[in-house]
Design a protein around this ligand. Sequence first.
Ligand code: ADP
Ligand code: MG
Length: 212
Amino acid sequence: MAAGTVTLPQLVDWITRFSAVVTENRSYLTELDSAIGDADHGANMARGMTAVVEKIGAAPASAVDELFKSVGMTLVSSVGGASGPLYGTFFLRFGTTAGAATELDAAALGAALRAGLEGVVARGKAEVGDKTMLDSMVPALDAFDAEVASGADAAAAASAAASAAAIGRDATEPLVARKGRASYLGDRSSGHLDPGATSTAYLFQTLSEALA
Ligand code: ADP
Ligand code: MG
């Protein structure tokens, strides 16, 4: 294994940690979604990621594309809400772009994450500022790429991405939602954190932990 590369077991660890954190914060995510949605984001994420961890434990993948195909397909099929297809698409595109590798360098990880983001945009048609998961995902990926461009390794880039995702999550509070269920509330969606931006901050926090 070359120094600084991200291994398949580290990527499995990322997914496992993400599942644990969304499950631990299930009530909190649901509370956020009860303010501006239908109170199911915690249940959706916990159910979907629990199914993912069972699936990848029962049929361990031998390459990155195989792992994330399994993660993405399981989310799409086990979560009914908007978040299932959106996170599912993120992981499916991540896997397709990473390809049949068993490890990724920082640039390859960044390219896979960027492809995942583009999948979310293609599927959900949201932009930064619409009060969605993109409000933490876009700054996270911009921070990741900036770190890699200045010579950082994947762990340092993921750490910067996690910080940027948390700032992006916090910045959703005053926003008025323009996509998803929260947009039905109009101005009343302001004053609450976006649930999906909050779970996406966990996605980057756990990536950083898995690579640390
Ligand atoms: P649902 O809204 O179907 O109940 P969830 O509650 O699981 O699904 O997820 C809601 C989250 O999904 C929102 O907080 C938001 O971050 C995200 N979301 C909704 N619509 C979009 C979209 N079009 N693009 C990106 N993210 C979206
Ligand atoms: Mg919901």
